[in-house]
Design a protein around this ligand. Structure first.
Ligand SMILES: NC(=O)c1ccc[n+]([C@@H]2O[C@H](COP(=O)([O-])OP(=O)(O)OC[C@H]3O[C@@H](n4cnc5c(N)ncnc54)[C@H](O)[C@@H]3O)[C@@H](O)[C@H]2O)c1
Length: 258
């Protein structure tokens, strides 16, 4: 256990599961206090009982602006300030473009892209007011760069998150607020259970992932913590791929023939 984040206060959306859960636990292991937001209230209550006074859970819907305002004001009310924000919450409704309803497209874009915009808006407002800098880390995806069959809404929204991050870095650097994106590949979480539990789909993924496995959520949390840390004090507007070399394997695996 290190104490890199002693006296730091962080807000994490999507804290009740998967990557957000791993980030929350690791931040607390390293000394921070965390406000976790999620739709899943039961998951938040479980975290509260595990993490005691270092964590409070707030039921919030990241697609609602008033929920972000409330999250920031609760964080400041309870712990006095906001140093870091992790915009992690996400999910999608899949469908090929020719069949995808406008409702499903809007659901995904609203959650994945608009939710991050609204979060950044209120998190950065608070950080600006404090005049002591801060760090925002947005969870995008390898799918910001690589399309996914049946995933147009998700991939487009994740590409939007990457550009939104860069725009945030441009606007907020003058306030010493750094904004970076992390782009995970395949991570073993409830979100990808469907892929991982189907042997054929799993095999298709593994053919393309040179490390031949999905990441453990902790392997995303560690670089996500780095991005908020002092060690990353000059990393700003960056997109950090954490994908087991998946992005470099666009070609079929020629090792079968050569
Ligand atoms: N798992 C992967 O392979 C993978 C890869 C790349 C990117 N990502 C991204 O990482 C992030 C976390 O994914 P995960 O795999 O940990 O998924 P997960 O399903 O384990 O966790 C997502 C959490 O977000 C919460 N959430 C969903 N909608 C919400 C809303 N409207 N308001 C508040 N909370 C909401 C859920 O309740 C859940 O607790 C997502 O943005 C996802 O797109 C995941």
């Amino acid at each position: 256990m290190t104490t890199r984040f002693t006296n730091k206060v962080a807000l994490v959306t999507g804290a009740a599961s998967g990557i957000g859960y791993a980030i929350t636990k690791q931040l607390i292991n390293e000394g921070a206090t965390v406000v976790g937001a999620d739709l899943n209230e039961e998951g938040l209550r479980q975290l509260e009982s595990q993490l005691k006074d270092k964590f409070i859970g707030v039921k919030a819907d990241v697609t609602k602006e008033e929920d972000h305002e409330q999250l920031v004001s609760k964080t400041v009310g309870q712990f006095g300030k906001l140093d870091f924000a992790y915009n992690v919450a996400g999910a999608s409704k899949a469908g090929v473009i020719t069949d995808l309803s406008k409702e499903d497209w809007n659901f995904t874009v609203d959650l994945v892209l608009n939710g991050v915009f609204l979060g950044m808006k209120h998190q950065a407002r608070q950080m600006k007011k404090q005049e002591s800098g801060g760090a925002i880390v947005n969870v995008s995806s390898l799918n910001a760069h690589v399309p996914m069959y049946s995933g147009a809404a998700y991939t487009s929204a994740k590409a939007g998150v990457e550009m939104l991050t860069k725009n945030g870095a441009l606007e907020l650097a003058r306030h010493n607020i750094r904004v970076n994106a992390i782009l995970p590949g395949l991570v073993d979480t409830p979100l990808t259970e469907g892929f991982n539990s189907n042997a054929e789909i799993k095999e298709a993924f593994m053919e393309r992932i040179p490390m031949n496995r999905a990441a453990d959520p902790k392997e995303i949390a560690a670089p996500a913590l780095f991005l908020a840390s002092e060690e990353a004090s000059y990393v700003n507007g960056a997109s950090l791929l954490v994908d087991g070399a998946w992005a470099v394997s666009g070609y079929p695996d020629l090792s079968r023939w050569f």
